[in-house]
Design a protein around this ligand. Structure first.
Ligand code: CDP
Length: 230
C-alpha cells in the first residue's frame, strides 16, 4: 500500500465546531496553508446583500459568485483577524462575520451555481497540496480523494456558546438564545440541501470536541496524519 503523509487534510463540520481554530493550529504545526472555504460563501453573501440588496435572486447571485474576486491574505491589522479578506480589493474581513451574513449565507450556499463556482476555485487552491482545507463538503465533494478527512462536531449548545463568546470578545452585543436559534436553522439548511449537504464522508474520522480543547483535537489529528504515513 502507498503510505504517505497527507498532503490535503479536509476538515468538515457544522457551524462553530472549532474547524477554524483547529485548522489554523494544525496548519501552523505542519507548515501547511490554511484555507477556510466558509469565507468564500460569506463574501458572496455580503456581495449579494450590498450589490443586489437581497439574496433570493438565484441567477443574479450565481453571476456575482462567478465574477467576484475573493482574496485571502496575511493579516494587515492586529485586531484579532486570522487573515485579510478582500472582495474585489475591498477589505470585508469583519463585514462577512455580521449576523446579517450569518442569517443569509446558508441560502446563498445552497445555490448549485454558487457551489460550482466556489468548488472550482477551491480545487485550484488545494491542488498545490500541503493544505488544511475546512468547510462543509471538502471531504465529500471538493476533495473526495483527500488522504485525511476529519469531521469535527460538538453539540449545538456548546457551539452556540463558543460563537457567543467570540462575539463578546469582539465587543459586540450578543444574545445566546438568538445565536442558538440561528445556528440550529443554519445546521438544518446546510445538512438538508440538495447539493453537497453537510455530512461526514464515509471515510472521515469523526471527532467530537465537546469538553476537549482545540490543542487536544490538533494532537489527535496529528496522530492520525502520522499513522496515515506509516
Ligand atoms: O464559521 P462557521 O462554521 O459558522 O461557518 P463557515 O464555515 O464560515 O460557513 C458559513 C456557511 O457557508 C455555512 O453555514 C454553509 O452554509 C456555507 N459553507 C458551505 O456550504 N460549504 C463550505 N465548504 C463552507 C461553508
Amino acid at each position: 500500500m502507498d503510505h504517505k503523509f497527507p498532503s490535503i487534510i479536509a476538515i468538515d463540520g457544522p457551524a462553530a465546531s472549532g474547524k477554524t481554530t483547529v485548522g489554523v493550529l494544525l496548519a501552523r504545526k505542519l507548515n501547511y496553508l490554511f484555507f477556510d472555504t466558509g469565507i468564500m460563501y460569506r463574501v458572496v453573501t455580503w456581495a449579494a446583500l450590498k450589490r443586489l440588496g437581497r439574496v433570493d435572486l438565484e441567477e443574479d447571485v450565481t453571476r456575482l459568485a462567478e465574477q467576484v474576486q475573493i482574496d485571502v491574505q496575511p493579516p494587515s491589522l492586529a485586531d484579532g483577524r486570522f487573515s485579510d479578506v478582500l472582495m474585489d480589493g475591498e477589505d470585508v474581513t469583519w463585514q462577512i462575520r455580521t449576523p446579517e451574513v450569518e442569517a443569509n449565507v446558508s441560502q446563498v450556499s445552497a445555490y448549485p451555481g454558487v457551489r460550482d463556482a466556489m468548488t472550482a476555485q477551491q480545487r485550484r487552491i488545494g491542488q498545490r497540496g500541503q493544505v488544511v482545507m475546512v468547510g462543509r463538503d471538502i471531504g465529500t465533494v471538493v476533495f473526495p480523494d483527500a488522504e485525511l478527512k476529519v469531521y469535527l462536531d460538538a453539540c449545538v449548545e456548546e457551539r452556540a456558546r463558543r460563537r457567543f463568546e467570540e462575539l463578546e470578545h469582539r465587543g459586540e452585543l450578543a444574545d445566546y438564545e438568538k445565536i442558538l436559534k440561528a445556528m440550529k436553522k443554519r445546521d438544518k439548511i446546510d445538512s438538508t440541501r440538495a447539493v453537497a449537504p453537510l455530512r461526514p464522508a464515509s471515510d472521515a474520522v469523526k471527532i467530537c470536541s465537546d469538553g476537549i480543547s482545540a490543542e487536544q483535537v490538533v494532537e489527535q489529528i496529528l496522530r492520525l496524519a502520522k499513522n496515515a504515513s506509516i
